[in-house]
Design a protein around this ligand. Structure first.
Ligand SMILES: Cc1cc2nc3c(=O)[nH]c(=O)nc-3n(C[C@H](O)[C@H](O)[C@H](O)COP(=O)(O)O)c2cc1C
Length: 384
């Protein structure tokens, strides 16, 4: 592989280096993957207005998300099993984010535990919470996030039931991987990954094993999710979690203006317009198409963030132009991690920063906080 110039380059390299089971886990959507594809395709439809002969000196991308300063309004999305894309993946990604000055969000379903990530970083990170039936366990998770000084809780509401991803079923996805002959042969073709995995003790769900009652190992992710995730989750639970946490709360997985109103009523600090990267309800619209109506419904009452399909700094600025205060990247940083570890996550962020900065300049702006709909060509906005 030659020089890396785009997120796509990182993806290609990650595909070569990460065992198929885990590469497929990242690069997959549910059922026909139509929403997964739409997340990217709809971004590409949005055209910019090029402006010229405007002073473009002293440009800045600095902004805030939920009141916290960010080097650019881009955060790393919570992703499960990140430590299977690369040994110690969560710690490496959190470090890259910290050095860059953007938030890192640790998933409930991470390999490295909350305490482990806290011990290996110095900036506060965000913690993403899945609500499970065992409320004692949830209370303890919230306490652990507080003890680790996490500076926001991201409460994911769109995974009461698990979307079917065909590849995961075929690959028998689990952490550590189930050793079928095909898996063993595939692992043998990824020696770099394997050697690093042999060099770490972090192979299971660090937040859960040894913390949740009667969970000592986790053979199949989908079976476990079906047993543990709470299908009865309601807005009353959101209220309960908000009270228990008491800090900055971000609600993730909002796709409908009605739900956006409920999220705003809940008193949360932000919501994330997200279809879980096309991994849950296949057939839902793309996130970028859902964004404008949600901003219109609640944008004055709650900070609106978005994720899904962001593959460049150009996509970041498109989302900002449509009213997002910040965006999250999932797969882009996972590709960076799988390709090149911590340096790959840094490269991913640098690529996005550079594209964001240049696109802002081409549109005639110097401050990312000035970005709004005026930089977009009317008639090219999906859902808008
Ligand atoms: C491999 C993978 C694992 C994920 N795990 C979680 C998770 O544990 N919790 C969560 O709230 N969202 C999870 N998501 C969704 C991401 O937070 C985010 O919504 C999505 O990746 C954004 O789309 P993008 O990958 O196109 O950037 C996951 C996404 C991926 C790709």
């Amino acid at each position: 592989m030659g020089i890396i110039t785009s997120i796509e380059d990182l993806r290609v390299l990650a595909k070569r280096r990460v065992p198929r089971m885990f590469y497929d886990y990242a690069d997959a959507g549910s059922w026909t993957e139509s929403t997964y594809r739409a997340n990217g395709d709809d971004f590409a439809k949005i055209k910019f207005r090029q402006r010229v002969a405007v002073n473009l000196e002293h440009r800045t991308l600095r902004s805030t998300m939920v009141g916290q300063p960010v080097a650019m309004p881009v955060a790393l999305a919570p992703t499960g099993l990140t430590g299977m894309q690369h040994a110690d993946g969560e710690i490496l990604a959190a470090r890259a984010a910290e050095k860059f000055g953007v938030p890192f969000t640790l998933s409930t379903m991470s390999i490295c535990s909350i305490e482990d990530v806290a011990a290996h970083t110095s900036a506060p990170f965000w913690f993403q919470l899945y609500v499970m039936k065992d409320r004692d366990f949830i209370e303890r998770l919230i306490e652990r996030a507080r003890a680790a000084q996490c500076s926001a809780l991201v409460l994911t509401l769109d995974l009461q039931v698990l979307g079917q991803r065909h590849k995961d079923l075929r690959n028998g996805l689990s952490a550590p991987p189930k050793m079928t002959l095909a898996t063993v042969l595939n692992l043998l073709s990824k020696p770099r990954w394997g050697l690093r995995m042999l060099g770490t003790r972090r192979h299971g769900f660090g937040n859960i094993i040894g913390h949740a009652k009667s969970v000592s190992d986790m053979s199949s992710l989908s079976a476990w999710t079906t047993q543990q995730f709470d299908p009865a989750l309601s807005w009353d639970d959101v209220e309960w979690i908000k009270r228990r946490w008491g800090g900055t709360l971000i609600i993730k997985g909002i796709m409908d203006p009605d739900d956006a109103r409920l999220a705003a009523n809940s008193g949360a600090d932000a919501l994330i317009v997200s279809n879980h990267g096309g991994r849950q309800l296949d057939g839902a619209p793309s996130s970028i198409a859902a964004l404008p109506a949600i901003v219109e419904a609640v944008g004055s009452r709650i900070e609106v963030h978005m994720d899904g399909g962001v593959r460049s700094g150009q996509d970041v600025i498109r989302a900002l132009a449509l009213g997002a205060k910040g965006v999250y990247i999932g797969r882009p940083f996972l590709y960076g991690l799988g390709a090149l570890g911590e340096a790959g996550v840094t490269t991913c962020l640098e690529i996005i920063r550079n594209e964001l900065d240049l696109t802002m300049a081409f549109c005639g702006l110097r401050d990312v906080n000035d970005v709004d709909r005026r930089i977009l060509l009317p008639g090219t906005i999906p859902g808008g």
